[in-house]
Design a protein around this ligand. Structure first.
Ligand code: ZN
Length: 209
């Protein structure tokens, strides 16, 4: 691409999910809608207000139910990690070492290994569950699932991207995570489609099954 040509950014239509140049989309009730979807979308907005604007008749999962699902997932993953930690920590103190010179290297290595392991397991859990079941156990328990804007199932890239957006970008950066999680929660709470930050980036929706 030559530096003179303006980058032709494309955006998804919130209704059909197809990609359009920004100029071909119109903002209606907080959603970008393409020319083809505009008449139907407008009449739905007029008839049912913003809540009736769902193309697929979806009922979107809001902030509180999704928080509940995250808490259940936290327990699903947290309890085994807690047990693992209880099993590992005593073995540290059994390692032969000079009592005046505790084995700090082993302690640090174990702690780091534990963090890497727990991050890897939680990534495999969330990405795998989203790919194969469309929901984590917490979301299933709350009757929620994650779909693309057009209603299709998530591909690997979207599952990984969504995991990375939430766990690394939104909630993983110390200090900044407070602001980003608050922003994401407000977005999910106020958006007609209840999209959090990672839903906007990955073009996903959380809906009731
Ligand atoms: Zn459209």
């Amino acid at each position: 691409m030559s530096p003179d040509a303006p980058a032709q950014a494309v955006y998804p239509c919130s209704q059909c999910g197809r990609m359009f140049a920004h100029a071909d989309l119109v903002p209606i009730a907080g959603n970008w809608v393409c020319g083809e979807c505009k008449p139907a979308f407008l009449s739905r907005v007029m008839a049912g207000g913003a809540a009736g604007a769902s193309l697929h008749g979806w009922h979107y999962g809001g902030f509180w139910i999704r928080l509940g699902a995250r808490i259940i997932d936290g327990l699903v993953l947290g309890v085994p990690f807690f047990v693992l930690a209880l099993l590992l920590i005593p073995s540290l103190f059994k390692t032969p070492s000079d009592p005046a010179n505790p084995n700090l290297g082993a302690f640090a290595a174990l702690g780091l290994g534990f963090i890497v392991l727990s991050f890897g397991i939680s990534a495999c859990y969330e990405v795998g569950m989203l790919k194969y079941r469309g929901a984590t156990l917490g979301k299933m328990a709350c009757g929620l699932k994650v779909v693309r804007a057009d209603g299709s199932d998530l591909g690997w890239g979207v599952c990984v991207g969504r995991y990375a957006m939430w766990n690394i970008v939104t909630s993983g950066i110390p200090y900044l995570n407070f602001v980003l999680m608050l922003t994401s929660s407000i977005m999910a709470g106020t958006d007609v489609e209840k999209r959090a930050l990672h839903d906007r980036v990955c073009n996903t929706r959380v809906i009731y099954q």
